[in-house]
Write a protein that binds this ligand. Sequence first.
Ligand code: FPP
Length: 251
Amino acid sequence: MTESLLPDANLPLPRHIAVIMDGNGRWARRRSLPRLMGHREGVKSVRETVTACAEMHIDALTLYAFSTENWGRPSREVTGLMRLLRNYLVREVEEMIENDIRLVAMGRLEQLPGTVRKALDRAMAMTAHCRGMVLNLALSYSGRTELVDAVQRLAAGVARGEIAPENIDEAAIGSFLYHSELPEPDLVIRTSGEQRISNFMIWQIAYAELFFADVPWPDFRQPHLYAAIREFQRRDRRFGLVPGAISEKAG
Ligand code: FPP
């Protein structure tokens, strides 16, 4: 890769990149392969994206790996995806530690099969001391369920008399979301040419820049990531303000 294709070193990088990894099935279909082969190839893109983001010292990378809706896919595909996930967690943990990556996950994790839960818990525990990038896997995740879970916990706090209804503001709601300690995503990438959010971090991406890559996820590699970041660096982020009035918000 030539220097000019790298993100601009003089401009801020996104602090948190969130990725909707889409197009695995179509990638496979175009090659007359089973859908699972697309997911398997997609794991290579996961590895390359994680390494590239860690090398750039991005604070957080969230990957939308499995939605609550994905449980409705044919059982062979779901089982295959769960196996890929488990293998990834088992095989990559040492590399995560070497790259100082802390693994976390968000979603209805209790719905995952025991083998995946076990590998996930182990990888999270083994990387808990890492202080570089946070890799956040969205698993059995949906933005609306996240809000439902947050509202239930908030309502329980109100019922116990710990939270006064008049004190519920944006910050309070945000604090009940999964991993509220992470900065909100400032760049969302979706692959495969689809231009939808699909129930992904619907609260946190209110001011994120959206980047839609034409390539399916298995073809998304480091040059595509760099292109998305360069485009992010060209965007004029205003947060509803006028130019010049944006201070620390842009981060
Ligand atoms: C969407 O493509 C992709 C998924 C539902 C799964 C993504 C999973 C991986 C990339 C592999 C495992 C993840 C990790 C983190 C190791 P699609 O199947 O909906 O594609 P289509 O729209 O072309 O059918």
